[in-house]
Write a protein that binds this ligand. Structure first.
Ligand SMILES: [Mn+2]
Length: 344
């Protein structure tokens, strides 16, 4: 492991470190970034965490949140750019292709810093000097935990770090329910609980922080915007710009909505189409045997995990949905004609 050795050497003395993660960070993206940042700070490094966009307010409890720079904010851009230009080491967490971080991607590509990529998404781009990458991992937070342990620093994981890492594993496994919930996931979270993470507290911070508007929006979406196509084991939501505006939707408000479609008996493929400023954003979810990442990559300019992926479309909402339904009908044999697989 030559790359691991040079990585270890790289961080063996105090360095200027830049950490970033994907657009619209979720708990795994932000939790892995801040969990790692808090660890590196303890090791004496100078650390800057930059997100390409904002993120949901139900993540604001994470230690270090106050210091995160949002690159989409004009008043943060200058210091974020300076930190990247001066960085000795750049960490890219929870994404594997540089276009997932908007303009930061090209800046990272041009950077002379030592680049580290820690991630669990399929088909990584080859841009890092050191890759700590596994699709077997349920979450990037699981990998960050393992890397810290591998570096011999498990005792440096305190309550704050453990909480950040626990949150990412909890949400990326859908609350320990998705097919990626392995024995190792439970072993790692057991350690994190031992190190101070409180499961019910973290679940409360993340899942029980709805606004009345969000709850009403979910009710509206389920009663008015859910389409169920039992004949093709598919259900989806189509949310217009107007819908989002009516319920004063904020970042994170549509998160998890797609899971209601997948929760229907007999449904194996679920999608959420939401109309944004820059086109239609799509979230896909599937039952264990359906590979939705391949579908997203082939037809919707996206990708992700086998059972949770994303995509986008330049067509309008109606045309995008037509295209989606036609494709599922056309490819239903290859999509659904698989034996269910058990998780390891
Ligand atoms: Mn993740």
């Amino acid at each position: 492991m030559e790359a691991l050795a040079s990585f270890k050497k790289e961080i063996s003395s105090p360095k200027k470190i830049f950490i970033t993660t994907h657009v619209k960070p979720d708990a795994d993206a932000l939790g892995s970034s801040l969990g790692l940042a808090n660890y590196l700070l303890k090791k004496g490094h100078e650390v800057t965490v930059v997100t390409p966009t904002d993120y949901p307010s139900f993540l604001n409890w994470m230690e270090g949140n106050d210091l995160v720079l949002d690159f989409s904010r004009e008043d943060h851009q200058k210091s974020a750019t300076k930190a990247l230009n001066e960085a000795d080491v750049v960490f890219c967490l929870d994404f594997s292709v540089l276009n997932r971080v908007n303009e930061l991607g090209e800046m990272i590509r041009q950077s002379d810093a030592f680049i580290v990529n820690i991630d669990h998404h399929q088909d990584p781009e080859d841009f890092a000097d050191f890759k700590y990458w596994s699709t077997e991992a349920a979450a990037t937070c699981e990998l960050v935990y393992e890397l810290i342990v591998e570096l011999g620093d498990k005792e440096l994981i305190d309550k704050d770090i453990a909480e950040c890492l626990y949150a990412g594993i909890m949400t990326d496994t859908g609350g320990f329910r998705h097919p990626n919930t392995t024995k190792n996931v439970h072993l790692v979270v057991a350690e994190l609980i031992d190190l101070g993470a409180n499961p019910s507290q973290i679940a409360n911070w993340i899942y029980d922080s709805n606004s009345v508007n969000r709850l009403k929006f979910i009710g509206f979406a389920i009663s008015r915007r859910l389409v169920v196509r039992e004949d093709i084991h598919t259900a989806y939501f189509a949310i217009s710009k107007k819908d989002l505006k009516k319920y004063q939707s904020r970042t994170g408000d549509t998160e998890g909505l797609v899971n209601y479609a997948l929760s229907l008996d007999g449904i194996k493929l679920a999608a959420l189409f939401s109309e944004r400023e820059d086109g239609i954003k799509i979230s896909f979810r599937s039952s264990s045997e359906v590979a939705v990442n391949k579908f997203a990559a082939s037809y919707f300019n996206g990708g992700g995990h086998k059972n949770a992926a994303g995509g986008k479309s330049e067509r309008n909402l109606k045309e995008t949905i037509e295209k989606f339904e036609n494709l599922v009908e056309e490819h239903q044999d290859e999509l659904f004609d698989q034996e269910p697989v058990s998780s390891n």
